[in-house]
Design a protein around this ligand. Sequence first.
Ligand SMILES: Nc1nc2c(ncn2[C@@H]2O[C@H](COP(=O)(O)OP(=O)(O)OP(=O)(O)O)[C@@H](O)[C@H]2O)c(=O)[nH]1
Ligand SMILES: [Mg+2]
Length: 267
Amino acid sequence: MSRATDRIRAVLPINGAAVGATLAGGVLTGLAAAPERFSRLFRHRFPTVAVTGMTGVGKTELVDRLTGRSSSTGTSDVGSAVMERRTRRSSRLLGFRFRVVPGDNAATRLGALDEVFHDEPVDGVIHVVSYGHATPRRAAGTTGAASASREELLTAELEDWTITSHRIASMAVRRDRPIWLVIAVTKTDLYADDLDEAVHYYSPGSGSPFGDKIDALRALAGGAKLSVDVLPVASHATDRKEGITPKRAGAMVDALATRLAQLSGHR
Ligand SMILES: Nc1nc2c(ncn2[C@@H]2O[C@H](COP(=O)(O)OP(=O)(O)OP(=O)(O)O)[C@@H](O)[C@H]2O)c(=O)[nH]1
Ligand SMILES: [Mg+2]
C-alpha cells in the first residue's frame, strides 16, 4: 500500500482539492474495489500541522480542544515525552493531522523537529505561546517544584522561537509551495485584560523582540512564501463576566479551526 500511496501523494497536492483527471481513472477504479484503501487516501489528504512551542505553554491541551478530546488531568507537572499525533475529523472528509512536538529539550524533541520540518515536512505550523505564562516544569530527574518569573519565561519563549523559526525557514526555502504559520496566543484566560497587548507583542512589524524575529523569518523565507496569523485562544475559561467565559474560549478555538481550514484551502 505504501508504494501506491506515495504515488498518489506525489501527484495529488496534499491540500489541493482536485484529483487530476489522468490519475482519477486508474486509481479510483482500484479504490472502488478496496473501500478501506479509499478512506486511507483521504486520510492522507488531510493537511499535516506541526504544533510547536516551549514546554508548559499549552500545546497538548489546545490540540485536545481542536480535536475534541477531553484532556487527561494531571498534566501540570509533567510535559509530553513523545510526539503526539492527533487527527481532527469533520464532515465532508476534511480534517487535519496534528503533530505536537514536545517542548521539553529532550532527545525526543530533536527527533520530532526533524520529522515535522525535514523528513515529512508539514503543510503548516501552529506555534503556541502564552505571554510568559508557561507552566514551569522540572528538568527530568530532579525533584521539587519548578519556578520561574514571567520575564524568565518570556525569555525562554523567545529562545525557543529562535530555534523553531530557523527550522521553519530552512523548510520554507527548500520548497516551492507556500507554507503558513499561525501564532496561537493561548492561556488568555490568565491575562484577559492584556489580550490586545499580547497579540501585538507576537505580531509581525510590531517592533517587539518576538515581532522582530517573525520579520526576520519572513525575510529569510520570502514574504510571499510564508503567511503569518496571530490568533488568541484559551483552553481554560474563567467565570468572570469580563474575562474569558467558556463561551468566549470556545469561540476562539472555533475561530482558530476556521482559519486553519481557510489556510488549507478547505471551505
Ligand atoms: N489557565 C490556563 N491553563 C492552561 C491552558 N492551556 C493549558 N493550560 C495548563 O498549562 C499546563 C501545560 O499545558 P500542556 O498542554 O500540558 O503544555 P504543553 O505545551 O503540551 O507542554 P509540553 O508537553 O511539556 O511541551 C497544564 O497544567 C494545563 O492545564 C489555558 O488556556 N489556560
Ligand atoms: Mg504536551
